[in-house]
Design a protein around this ligand. Sequence first.
Ligand code: ZN
Ligand code: ZN
Length: 424
Amino acid sequence: MHRLLFISLLFLSYSTIAQDLRFDKDYAAIEKKVIDWRREIHQNPELSNREFKTAEKIAAHLTSLGIEVQTGVAHTGVVGILKGKKKGKVIALRADMDALPVPERNDLPYKSTVTAEFKGETVPVMHACGHDTHVAILMGVAEILSKHTDKINGTIKFVFQPAEEGPPPGEEGGALLMIKEGVLQNPEVDAIFGLHINSETPVGVIRYKSGGTMAAVQSFTINVKGKQSHGSQPWSGIDPILISAKIIDGLQTIISREMELTNEAAVITVGKITSGVRFNIIPESAEMIGTVRSLDYDMKEQITRRMKEMVPAIARAYGGDATIEIRDQTDITFNDPDLTDQMIPSLIKVAGAEKVQQQKAVTGGEDFSYFQNEVPGFFFFLGGMAPGTTETFPHHTPDFKIDDSGLLLGVKTLTEMSLDYLEK
Ligand SMILES: [Zn+2]
Ligand SMILES: [Zn+2]
């Protein structure tokens, strides 16, 4: 009863603040352009740190709108700076640009048939994560806002980011490199917004979570050293395969026995183990690689520390030795709770209260997290699943599909959110 009352009050208070959308005519006029851009980019996908044509297209568009443009940021990144007529805060809107080495299986008029070089091989390339939609949406937002600088109380930075999926081996890239090259400075950014299209969320729906939204992704490598012996005489050697089994078992107890899992989820997965050559030899060594996922900064620190303590200790207990190296791939995509609360009315205004839904945390990662380590940020999911669809396909797969009718909501949301934030 109390809860019901609270919920209805909440809706009431939001609906009393809610105004109309600002630019109905502009929104209606931009939809076809956004869809056309998206299709063209979809048909011409480019891999991480190789987004040359995509960057050129973005830079030409921003320039034609009279927006100040920086190119070559973090290799192929493009940054547009739009100053409002009135002084105020600075926000950044981020869209990632890169595609993936995935063959497209969809039968679309704008299907990708592109190939590219990846790790020394020729591979098919596809926008199998939907970053083509992010670019097109942000190009649309830039076009609308550039016509209404009188309504902008501050400055908006359009951040078109390369290599979200990770730079090729041996290269730097993505959000981290953009930050290193000063994308959050000159002028200093107060808050950042980003979205991800989702193939399994219906068109028209926005989903979000306050706090830890997507996981910190870490990868690890464990090297176990034993002593080789004949398989028939284990007493004369030290078995690294047995030690590996004990380590895998031990690592799982960090999650199941030491983490307060009612706070947030956490995962440790050993994904590969390599050792040995034949049935009757106890080998010299073993190597394991795997991943850690966490959604809370303290838990991440605790898991990392305990893995580093446990791995060598277990190996020593069985007479061997082991080392572990843990590397960050992304940090926690952490939606600042105050900023999230502040933006919910804008989401409801654009999508309608019943279409703005809270969601569970995702154990996948996003390098948007690195921006959120520097400034408060809000990252949400936009529906891309066509009405009436019965079967959906996950991101990064050949059948992954996004329906264009979901894009306009993304344009409206980022536009309204930006102006609402700057007005306060
Ligand atoms: Zn992806
Ligand atoms: Zn993505």
